[in-house]
Design a protein around this ligand. Structure first.
Ligand SMILES: Nc1nc2c(ncn2[C@@H]2O[C@H](COP(=O)(O)OP(=O)(O)OP(=O)(O)O)[C@@H](O)[C@H]2O)c(=O)[nH]1
Length: 310
């Protein structure tokens, strides 16, 4: 019998629904004895903050990507978790939206981790409404994410057309025929797809991939904080005019006279607010844009003009 702690890697491009899936898995009945490592590319780990509201088994790795700049931190975190908590059943690794999961598979193949951990599977989420619009290096990164998958979750089917779904099915059947394809909304994943191990032991050839381009060449990220609160009408107007080169925006905001803060989520031209738990923190937002985007100052100036006067 294999007594090593199981590891499941959750990957997928920015905003595909990884945190939505982790949230769902955290409330599954047999998730006791599981831990989640959450990586965010930005300087603030919004995903870990959001998940931390639901579970105290969440560990954060931030300010870089676990597939490259904070890969050593991942190795140390995994080793420390497995040694400190040998009774741990499972570790979920939520990659940042810019991670290449093959690099994480490579990390798990290090002998000192391999004796403690076994990789059960790579689940890659795809934003079905947005995936086909990715181009160039962004499309290549998304392709690396889907190529590494044992299970491919076509998420956000509520936002995708029948033609988009058809093209995605054909594309993935061609590109990664060994992956199980599942279509869903809000990352709804049947238990059998994540409870059943699917990944073969990583081999040397499998781990010999090279990185196409450094993340800093593709993405820029910055964060913003304020002790104030927004006028919701002005903020909504600002959100409606965000440039396409801004790939992801998320964080904690306060609106008008509302007592509770909200989690703001913006991706693929869509925006959502979800109530946050009691949170004493000031507003803070993380931005991830294409590296050639140079409108950061204008964007922030306009954002600050949405603040209520104090
Ligand atoms: N309409 C729709 N929205 C969804 C679905 N799944 C997730 N979302 C929304 O998409 C946004 C991004 O979801 P997340 O789960 O945060 O995505 P993520 O992959 O963790 O994002 P990053 O970590 O920033 O890459 C949130 O506003 C979700 O509520 C879906 O099936 N349909």
């Amino acid at each position: 019998m294999d007594h090593r702690t199981a590891v499941i890697i959750l990957a997928g491009f920015l905003g595909a629904g990884k945190t939505t899936l982790v949230n769902r898995l955290l409330s599954a009945p047999d998730m006791d004895g599981s831990a989640v490592i959450v990586n965010d590319f930005g300087a603030l780990n919004i995903d870990a903050e959001r998940l931390g509201e639901a579970s105290n088994a969440v560990y954060s790795l931030q300010n870089g990507c676990i597939c490259c700049s904070v890969q050593n931190d991942l190795l140390a975190q995994l080793e420390s978790l497995a040694r400190r908590r040998p009774q741990l059943k499972r570790i979920l690794i939520e990659c940042s939206g810019v991670s290449d999961p093959e690099r994480i598979i490579q990390t798990l193949a290090y002998p000192r981790l391999k004796q403690l951990l076994r990789l059960d599977g790579v689940i890659t989420l795809v934003d079905s409404s947005h995936h086909l619009t990715l181009e160039g290096d962004y499309a290549r990164l998304a392709r690396a994410q889907t190529a590494a998958a044992d299970v491919l979750l076509l998420n956000k089917t509520d936002l995708a057309s029948a033609a988009q779904l058809d093209e995605l099915r054909q594309r993935f059947t061609r590109q990664n025929p060994r992956a199980l394809l599942h279509e869903c909304v809000q990352a709804e994943l049947p238990d059998a797809l994540w409870r059943t191990p699917r990944h073969d032991e990583p081999s040397a050839s499998e781990t010999a991939h090279s990185h196409a381009k450094a993340h800093s060449e593709l993405f820029s990220s910055w964060h913003w904080q304020s002790a104030g609160r927004f006028d919701s009408t002005r903020l909504r107007r600002w959100l409606a005019e965000l440039p396409a080169a801004l790939l992801r925006l998320k964080g904690l905001i306060r609106l008008d006279n509302e007592a509770r803060p909200f989690w703001l989520q913006q991706v693929g031209g869509r925006c959502e607010f979800h109530p946050a738990q009691q949170n004493e923190q000031p507003m803070h937002l993380v931005f991830i844009a294409q590296s050639d985007f140079n409108g950061q100052n204008t964007l922030i100036n306009k954002l600050e003009s949405c603040l209520l006067e104090t």
